[in-house]
Unconditional design. Structure first.
Lengths: 437, 262
């Protein structure tokens, strides 16, 4: 190991310790504090001059604080003449906010917020042309609605948003923070990024610096082959169509059957009134973001009346969400695979749907278990029999909370430390994609 | 666009995302109005490997797409040099001068700077008001803490007006007030531009011998106003509004350095 030093941000020091143990180095000394006014203070206790610096920070918890801390650490290392600065960020910051402005999901700050009304992830399924109603004549425009759904963190913005809600039919603009985050990291002085299971692999293209997107697939593969009994008879399930590719790849490698859960919002056809209203008021973004309501999974594949826990009843008159299972899971053991679980709505719904369809046992394999807000309670009550996640996010609190149900934490530090070792030595990282470590 | 204090990091990222969203929405020009510039105090490498976060902030704003920055009473005006885009550093001084003339006993007052760094600012104010000027010299042990203080100048029987650019925990101000009263001052009033008043600032002020603490409204503190009867505000929104108007019309801003609009 040449001139290497690994520093830990305050998000996940335990992961850094494990990485350092694997590398056989002590973690770099760094003092992370806050000034009385809330500004972050960073002080490095080890020299970084002409060293290969790695900074480990995971994007869960107080995301904005952690991100600023990371930027300040990068900048301080750069100013202190570090040779190269590599950011090791297993769960990437703002990774879910890369969609274009026509997207149906995501709002800056909203998805990361720990509120209970975070919009669920919605698959990018093709919509009926009649529903792509760009001009919204009603003043109920997207942004003003969204301020409701994002909760208290954006309270200060609400007054502004009330004035933005104009009746002119301007389609409100959604911030795409993906490029911004990439630019901020680059301009702070990062030279290289290591991350894991990026929500959108396209994120790599936003950077002008190399990004190594490691995969948790080998870890999951290992777990399934070794710990799932008769795994050849199990079914890999993707809880939404966005994650289909990831799940299908795993199924292919293990020669296992594959099923997909598909969510669709259908127009309700039973009342003429609802239809006429639809022509006037409907805005696909509005409705999909607010009424995060789904059919009770007992009626898959059919249009069924939606229950509306958080949403606005007006929208539910017009749309019903249907959840469809594509594939056969009857009397099978199901392995649900997803890259991240935040409020864990998707995963718990998927589990109850699978059980309704006759699944025997449901495993949930999640790379990044953020489990914010009500997630732990939901998981406890859910139909999931076993949760398998990784320590990319600090899981100590979650494990303590979830005693009733079995929770397995896989260790990603070996993959990360091997990637660090290889990058430091200038070796190829690609074998880690297939074999893991 | 504006940014205060409080949960600084959240606000900073919120601002950056807003700027970036405006930029990608083809805004012609994006001006960030930051009366209280975040991380303004971390402006130099005071220890080895210390971050220059103010420079980082400048880089962040520029790379998010900010074309112009308006700020007020920067902790160190050199921060303007960190930017590649124009920075207009406004002064609260004209508003402060008006406040002193209208509400305080000008004839029997003396302007006091609580540290050597703020001497220039205080001296400028004293010149404008034709008043005498005193200085407190201090040695700081750690950040957010104060230690020994030495008074330079005569304050006997006078109303002392302490002038500073920001008050955080108010430890400095409280200590300074004690030193001034020990040296025979009649009463002590503090005027600060950015009243961040974090931590136990309110308790410090209530306990201290300060007669009054006056802040501008660059940082919202309505709630603290209720908790502390000694607080008072100066409204600087007029200055900022006028700066925005002038900037938009391409007029000169330097007029605002000497005069406060009503």
């Amino acid at each position: 190991m040449r001139d290497i030093i690994v520093f830990s941000g305050s998000s996940n020091p335990e992961l850094t310790d494990r990485i350092c143990r694997n590398l056989g180095l002590p973690p770099g000394k760094v003092e992370l504090k806050k000034f009385a006014n809330g500004e972050t203070s960073v002080h490095f206790g080890d020299s970084v001059r002409e060293k290969d610096v790695f900074i480990v920070q995971s994007g869960a918890g107080h995301v904005n604080d952690l991100f600023m801390q990371l930027l300040i650490m990068i900048s301080a290392c750069k100013m202190a003449s570090a040779k190269r600065i590599t950011v090791v960020c297993p769960l990437f910051f703002y990774s879910r906010q890369v969609e274009s402005q026509a997207s149906k999901r995501g709002v800056p700050g909203g998805a990361q917020h720990r509120g209970s009304k975070v919009p669920d992830s919605v698959p990018q399924s093709p919509r009926l042309p009649s529903r792509v109603n760009v001009r919204d004549p009603s003043p109920r425009n997207v942004l003003s609605h969204r301020s409701v759904s994002t909760g208290s963190s954006l309270k200060t913005l609400r007054t502004n948003e009330a004035s933005i809600a104009n009746p002119t039919g301007y389609r409100s603009w959604i911030a795409q923070s993906g490029t911004l985050i990439a630019n901020l990291l680059t301009s702070a002085g990062a030279n290289h990024i290591i991350t894991m299971d990026l929500h959108d692999a396209q994120f790599q293209g936003f950077f002008d610096i190399p990004v190594d997107n490691l995969l948790s697939k080998p870890l999951f593969q290992h777990y399934i082959t070794n710990y799932v009994p008769n795994y050849k008879d199990c079914v890999i399930v993707s809880p939404d169509s966005g994650g289909a590719k990831r799940a299908a790849a795993l199924a292919d490698t293990l020669c296992m059957p594959f099923a997909l859960i598909h969510k669709e919002r259908r127009q309700k056809v039973d009342t003429a009134q609802a239809q006429s209203e639809l022509m006037v008021h409907s805005n696909p973004s509005t409705s999909s973001l607010n009424s995060v309501s789904f059919a009770t999974p007992g009626f898959p594949g059919r249009n069924s009346p939606a229950s509306a826990p958080n949403g606005q009843p007006a929208d539910d008159q017009q749309y019903v969400a249907t959840t469809m299972l594509v594939g056969d899971v009857h009397d099978k053991v199901c392995v649900v695979v997803d890259d991240l679980a935040d409020t864990s709505n998707t995963i718990t719904r998927a589990a109850s749907l699978l059980k309704d369809q006759g699944a025997k046992y449901v495993y949930a394999l999640i790379t990044h278990g953020i489990f914010s807000g009500e997630a732990m309670r939901k998981l406890k009550e859910s139909q999931i029999d076993k949760i398998i996640t990784t320590n990319s996010v600090d899981q100590a609190a979650h494990v303590a909370e979830l005693d009733a149900k079995e929770m397995v934490i896989l260790d990603v530090s070996r993959i990360l430390s091997e990637a660090i070792r290889r990058i430091n030595n200038g070796e190829s990282v690609s074998m880690l994609y297939d074999h893991g470590w | 666009m504006q940014i205060g204090s409080g949960i600084v990091n959240d606000k900073v990222l919120e601002l950056l995302i807003m700027i970036n969203a405006c930029k990608t929405a083809s805004a012609r020009r994006i001006t960030a109005v930051l009366p209280n510039f975040p991380y303004a105090r971390q402006d130099r490498k005071d220890k080895s490997r210390a971050p220059i976060t103010a420079k980082l902030m400048a880089d962040m704003l520029t790379s998010a797409g900010c074309d112009h920055v308006i700020t007020m009473d920067l902790h160190a005006s050199q921060i303007q040099g960190f930017f590649d885009v124009p920075v207009d550093n406004l002064y609260a001084e004209p508003s402060v001068v008006r406040y002193i003339r209208e509400k305080l006993d000008v004839k029997n007052a003396i302007i006091v700077s609580p540290d050597a760094g703020g001497a220039k600012r205080a001296a400028g104010l004293a010149d404008r008001l034709d008043l005498n000027f005193a200085l407190i010299h201090k040695e700081r042990a750690r950040a957010n803490e104060v230690s020994r203080m030495v008074l330079v100048g005569d304050v006997t029987g006078k109303t002392c007006i302490i002038v500073d650019d920001m008050a955080d925990t108010c430890g400095t101000l409280a200590k300074a007030a004690e030193v001034l009263l020990e040296n025979g001052a009649k009463e002590v009033i503090a005027i600060v531009t950015h009243g961040i008043l974090s931590g136990n600032a309110i308790a410090n002020i209530n306990k201290s011998k300060l007669e009054r603490v006056v802040c501008t409204n660059t940082v919202p503190f309505e709630e603290k106003l209720k908790l502390c009867p000694k607080l008072d505000t100066i409204d600087v929104s007029g200055v900022l509004a006028e700066a925005i108007r002038r900037l938009h019309n391409g007029e000169s801003i330097s007029f605002l350095f000497r005069n406060a609009p009503y």
